[in-house]
Each structure stands twice: as C-alpha cells, then as structure tokens.
Design a protein. Structure first.
Length: 531
C-alpha cells in the first residue's frame, strides 16, 4: 500500500513538471498575439484542453505552438481517464467500505476471512434466519462469477484483514467471525487474536476450520471439522438397513477414515447382524492411528462372529464380483471431483446390486450424493450445533439429574466426542426398537414409542440391548487406543470395563440399561421440538 501511494505521488509530480515545461514553452512561442498573454491564460488553456471542453477563445497558431498543443491534448485524454479511474478506485477501495461500515455499524456482523463459493453458501444459509444482518467478505469482489451471494441483502467484499475490520465494529450487535484455511493452527491463532483484540468491547464468536480435535481451545472459539460433519451427517441420513452387510469404501484420505471410524462406532446392531467393510486405497495411516483395532473387529477376512475390516492393496476395479455383490459402494476420497468421475466409470463398466453413494457436489443420476455444500455448510450445522442437538440435550439432562458435569461449551473435546458417539447411536437404538421408523428426526412421539417398546422387552432381548451398548462403548474407547486395566487411568487411557460383555458382573451389565432408558427421559423433555 505504501509503495502504491509513492508511485502515484511520483506520477503526479512528473505530470505537473511536464505540464509546467510545456506551458512555459507555449507562452514564449505564441505570445500575446495568439491570446497567451501570461500565466493565467496558459492555465485557462490547459484546463480547457484537459477537460476536453475546448472553447477556442485561446489557441496556438504557430507550427511549434500547435505541436505542443497536440501533445497537451493527447496527454489530457490519458490524464483524465487515469484521474477518473483513480477516483473510482479510491471510492470503492476506501470511501465506499468506510461508508458501508458506518451505515451498518449497529447490525449483526458476520465476517469471513475469504470470499468463495463455500463462504457464500454459509452466508446465504445464515441470511435465511438473519436477513437484516451485515456480511463482510475479505478478498476480491470478482472471486465469484456465477451470482452466488447476490441474494444477500447487505454485503461488502473488501481487500483487508479481519483485525482492521473488526476494530471498526461498534454497537451491541452480534459479531461472528469465520476463519477457513487448510492450516488448523493458523486458523486458531487468528481466532485467538480476534478474541484478544475485541476483549469485552462487544460479544464475538469465532468459528475456525480444523481437521482435528484440539485441546485448550479458548471459550468463544468453535472448531468446524468439515469431514466430521460430512461423516456424521452421512450415517445419520443413511442408516444401515437390516439386509445390508457388505460395504465397499473406494478412496482414502481424511473423509474416508472418518467415515469408517464413525461406522465402526455407530453401526453396532446385534450379535447376528455383522458387517464387512472392504477398503480400497492407502489406509496405512488409519492402521497406525488405531493400533488396537484388531481388538474390536476381525482384520482382513470376513467373520460371522464379528464385524470385519478388510484392507486391500489392489486397485478398486480388480474385484468385479465384490462390486457386484456389495450392498453399498461408498466413493469417498477427499477429491469430490474425482469421485464423480469414478462413479461414472463404475456405472459404465460394472454391474452393481447395491446403491452407490458419492461424496461430490454433483454425480450421475444413478448414484446418491452426500456431503454437498448445501447439506453441510449451513447455519444449523455450523452455528446452531444442529448435528449435536441430541448430544447437547443428553448432556443437559445428565446435569439436571445428577447435579454434576458442565455446560456443553465447557466440555473438553474428549467428553464432547464421547457424548456425540452416544447420541449418534441413540438414533440406532430407536431404529432397532422401531425398525420401520424414520430416525433422521427425533420427536417426542418417536421417543415415547421406542421407550414403551424397550420397557416391554423380555429379559433375553434386554440382555442383547445391554450387549449392544457395551460393544459400542468398548469400540469407541478402543478406537481411541484405550486398554483394559484393573485400575482406571484417564491419562494413560486405561479402564477396568474394557473387557468382553460376558466377563462383566451383573451389576456392571445393568449399568448399560441407562443408555436405553435415556430415550424415555428424552421423551419427557421434548415438546414440539425436533432433534
């Protein structure tokens, strides 16, 4: 910015000097006979030429005078165009943003650290609930060319920094800052800087993109794990059906790993309903991070007595029979565009009996897309904890019932993850009790019917329910590398209940009833609300 100002100043000084030299020459060459009686006449001629008015009351008549006049006319056209551009640039680059900020100073502000399709979709979702708020995007106004964001009532796209913008926030309106980039630590560092800068001046919430669960996140910052949102939404909207058994995952990366981890925790259905997960791609990182995996699933071959995870080093198209017999094919690399192309290739060359689910924005009509920006990047999921509502409600019920614990915002990342795993499986529990029910949305009536069904189960079925919950609980802990020990140690991740269900005492087994009875508690708490 400083170099730009210096360059403009140098150009202006050079032009003034050049005009001065040319005018002095013109006055001396033409003289009073041509109307150039002095400096005032020369300046009048210059202004008439510069503004292209050309009154004609003063004009050079000598050959050399006309040559200088021609130079001045050509220069004036360029100078005027440059001056107009400079004024317009100044207005939109400085004056207009200042005026816009002053005009919207009392509104709620939503500030995004970049201007692209993703942030535009989030803003449009927010505007459905807050149509009169102000949206500020940092970046270039021409970053989008397809009209996204045009539906926003009040928006500003400015090439600036979050710190310089937020310093100018006045009034008591809500202020939310969204920080998206590939580096989680940079996002959180910037978020902390924003909180420090604001202090107690006005309420501010910061939403930072992060692909990992991080500890010691200050209050006021919420982490947005894009792949976690997609994987949780996927299994919530695509629950395993009783006839499904074989799942083929094509693709590796953060999303595929998160989808598998969540599947192993959520899809605990019964002792008889065992699932096989066939994985194509490079899963070495997953196996290293889950080195206790073999304690909860059968590895590398299918089993009737346990869920199986079968890693393959071959290309996905090397086993046509597997693709044909799969109950579900999930194409889930981190590259959404390549996923759509791969789905088209499968449809073209391979017969399939099961459904093909594709992580992509668009895909062939014979497939089902998931993880689209419209589905995931919404106010409900990002700002209103939409996908966490069941977990939050269960946590509140626990606090009311026991007088212990803390608010959702004050929970550690580990305890949030534990509550979320339990809440996500609550939908599975309701689905097991009511096989024909749609569990995408949890209502009071749904919980009441499910709990009534649970209360009337024979002891044999209740025993299976306890096994299901214990298996789910063990999987969650073992996938996070907890181990059995007679003495509990949270720091070393040791727990005395991490053992087969059959080895539990009767008292320990009965503890698992509470995870099913909470369905009745939830029915009592829910009114017209849906989760």
């Amino acid at each position: 910015m400083k170099k730009s100002r210096e360059r403009i100043l140098a150009i202006v000084l050079a032009l003034i000097l050049l005009y001065f030299v040319l005018l002095v020459l013109l006055v001396n060459i033409e003289g009073e006979a041509s109307g150039f009686g002095g400096a005032s006449d020369a300046i009048w001629y210059l202004l008439a030429t510069l503004t292209t008015v050309g009154y004609g009351d003063i004009s050079p008549v000598t050959p050399w005078g006309r040559a200088i006049g021609a130079i001045l006319m050509l220069m004036s056209a360029g100078v005027m165009a440059w001056l107009i551009g400079l004024v317009v640039s100044l207005f939109y680059g400085k004056l207009y943003p200042d005026w816009w900020i002053w005009k919207n100073r009392k509104k709620s502000w939503f500030i995004f650290n970049k201007y692209d399709s993703l942030t535009s979709k989030i803003a449009c979702s927010i505007s459905l609930k807050n149509p009169d708020c102000a949206f500020i995007f940092l970046g270039k106004a021409d970053a989008l060319s397809n009209g996204e964001g045009d539906t926003l009532k009040s928006q500003l796209v400015v090439d600036s920094s979050i710190e310089s913008i937020i310093k100018r926030k006045t009034g008591s309106g809500e202020c939310c800052v969204f920080i998206f980039s590939e580096n989680s630590w940079d996002n959180i560092t910037l978020g902390k800087s924003v909180l420090s800068l604001v202090g107690n001046s006005f309420p501010v919430k910061v939403f930072c993109e992060s692909e990992s669960i991080l500890a010691d996140i200050p209050e006021g910052i919420k982490l947005i794990n894009h792949h976690e949102l997609i994987s949780r939404s996927y299994w919530q909207n695509n629950a395993v059906r009783k006839e499904e058994k074989n799942f083929v995952f094509i693709g590796d990366g953060h999303l595929s790993q998160d989808l598998l981890e969540r599947a192993l925790i959520i899809n605990v259905l019964s002792k008889e309903h065992r699932l096989n997960y066939y994985l194509f791609g490079n899963w070495d990182e997953f196996k290293k991070n889950h080195h206790e995996l073999s304690k909860v699933v059968n590895m590398d071959d299918s089993s009737k007595h346990n869920d199986s995870v079968i890693f393959s080093n071959d290309e996905w198209n090397s086993d046509a029979r597997l693709l044909e017999n799969a109950d579900r094919i999930i194409i889930c690399s981190d590259d959404a565009d390549s996923n759509a192309a791969l789905a088209a290739e499968i449809i073209k060359y391979f017969p399939t009996n099961g459904k093909i689910h594709v992580y992509a924005q668009t895909a062939p009509s014979e497939t089902s897309c998931f993880g689209t920006d419209e589905e995931i990047m919404s106010r409900k999921l990002i700002m209103d904890y939409g996908i966490d509502q069941v977990a939050i409600r269960l946590n509140d019920m626990y606090r009311e019932k026991t007088g212990q614990g803390c608010s959702w915002e004050d929970l550690s990342p580990w305890h949030k993850a534990s509550n979320i795993a339990s809440a996500d499986h609550l939908r599975v529990k309701i689905g097991l009790l009511l096989p024909d029910a749609d569990t995408k949305v949890i209502t009071k009536d749904l919980c009441s019917r499910a709990f009534e069904k649970f209360k009337n189960l024979p002891e044999e079925k209740r025993e299976e329910c306890r096994w299901i919950e214990h298996e789910r609980w063990c999987r969650f802990h073992i996938l996070h590398n907890w181990k059995f020990d007679e003495t509990r140690d949270n720091k070393l991740r040791r727990h005395p209940l991490l053992k087969p269900y059959e080895e539990l005492t009767l008292e320990q087994k009965l503890l698992d009833d509470s995870s099913w009875e909470v369905i009745g508690d939830l029915a009592d708490k829910l009114g017209e609300e849906e989760l």
